[in-house]
Design a protein around this ligand. Sequence first.
Ligand code: EPZ
Length: 434
Amino acid sequence: MEKYVIKGGVPLDGEVTIAGAKNAALGILAAAILTDDEVIIENVPYVEDTKVLLRAIEALGATVKYIDLHTVSICGGTIKKDADLCVDDEYIRKIRASYYLLGSMLGKFKYAQVALPGGCDIGLRPIDQHIKGFEALGAKVDIVSGGKVVAKADNLIGNHVYMDVVTVGATINIMMAAVLAEGKTTIENAAKEPHIVDVANFLNSMGANIKGAGTDVIRIRGVQRLYGTEYSIIPDQIEAGTFMTMAVATKGNILVKNLIPKHMEAVSSKLSEIGATVIEYDDSIRVMADGRMRSTQIKTLPYPGFPTDMQPQMAATLALSVGNSIITESIFENRFKYVNELSRMGARIKVEGNSAIITGVEKYTGANLVAPDLRAGAALVIAALAADGFSTVEDIKYILRGYEDFDGKIRSLGGNIEIVDDDRETQKFKLRVG
Ligand code: EPZ
C-alpha cells in the first residue's frame, strides 16, 4: 500500500503553483454534457476525483478526450437520448460529486438515474435540498432499491427554490437542472463560494442566462439550448490555503502562485492575526513565519466565512502556536478525525461537541499516521513536515483525490517527502535523507 514517508523539521522555502479548483472542476465537467456540442475545459486539476468523474461521464456515452494533462474535451452529443442513463455504481460510489450528474442529466434528458453519492466520511451529507430543488422544477424523485436516485419529469418548469441550508452541491445541481427549463428559476439562500460563480460563468459561456451567482439570490432564465465553449477553471482556493498554512507550520517562506487573493481572505486574515507575514500580489501570496504563532478562535462558515475545507490544516498549524485556540466546525459534524492522529504526535487537542480546544505545544514528534479523509490527510502531512523526525502517512488515496502532485510540490519547496510502497523503500528514504 502506498504511503508518504516524511522527514520533518525543514522550513519550506520557494514557490508553488496552484492547480485548477477541484470543486469547480467537478461541477463544470458534469455541466459540460448539457450541450451536444464539444466543450473544451482548461486548467482541470489532474486528481483522482476529476479522473473518476470523467470516467463516469464517458461511461454514459459522452466522448471524453484529454488534450493535455489539464485540458479536456467533452462532447455530450454522443450520449443517446434513449440510452441507459444509469451511471455505473463502480465509478459513482467513489466520489461525492457524482450527484452533479443528477442535475445535468435531468436538465438535458428530463431523466436521470444515479447511485447515491459516496465521498469523504465527514458527516451525514444528506441530499434533501437537491431533491427539493428538482421537485420544485417539476421532477419526480425517488430513491429506489440499490441506493439509486431516479429523477424524471415530463417538463422542467422554472420556479422559486428556497434552500433551507446553504449548500454548495444543491446550488450547483439546481442551476444545472434549471438552465434548460421553461421560464425563470430563483434560488434563494444560495451558496456563494467561488466555485458556484465559476460553474455559473461556465454555463453562461455555453449560452445559459444565470444572474446573481456569488450573491445569495441566483436568477436563471431558461434557454432553448446550450452551445460548445472553451473555458478555463479558477485556481483551487483550498490547495492554495493548504500551502499557506504549510509555510506557517514549518516556519518557512512560500510564494503561492496562481491564486485569486480575494478568495483567500478568510485564510490570509487568520494567518496574519496569529502573527504570520502575508503579502498579497495580483495573483500570488507570499506567506512567511518566524517562530511560534499566537492562538486564535475560528468558526467555519459558508463563503466568505472560514472554509470547512481549511479547518484541519489550520488546526495542525494552531496546535503549534502559543496559548489556547478554539475551532468550531459548523458545516460538517465529523471533521475532527485527525485529532487522534495529531495527539499521537504530541498535540494537545480536546474535542467538545463541534469544537476543538487546542492548547499549543512547542513541537510535534514524528509518528505513523493514517489519513482519515482528504483535508485531514493534508493536515497530517503539514504536521509531519513540521515534526521532529520521521513520519509515515497511510491511506494517501484520500489525499490524491484532491491534491495534484502533492509530494512533488512539497519536494520542490525543500520538504523531505516521498511516496513509498514497502518497508525497503522506506528504509532507502531514511538512509538518503539521514
Ligand atoms: C462541497 O460539498 C464540497 N464538495 C466539499 O468539499 C466542501 O466541504 C463543502 O461543499 C462545503 O464547502 C464538492 O464540491 C464536491 P454542502 P457538499 O452541500 O456540496 C448540509 C473537500 O474536501 N446539506 O455545501 O456536499 C450538509 O450536510 C470537500 O474538497 C443538507 O443538509 O457540501 C452540510 O452540513 C469535502 N442537505 C451543509 O449542508 C443537502 O441536501 C453544507 O454541505 C445538502 C447539504
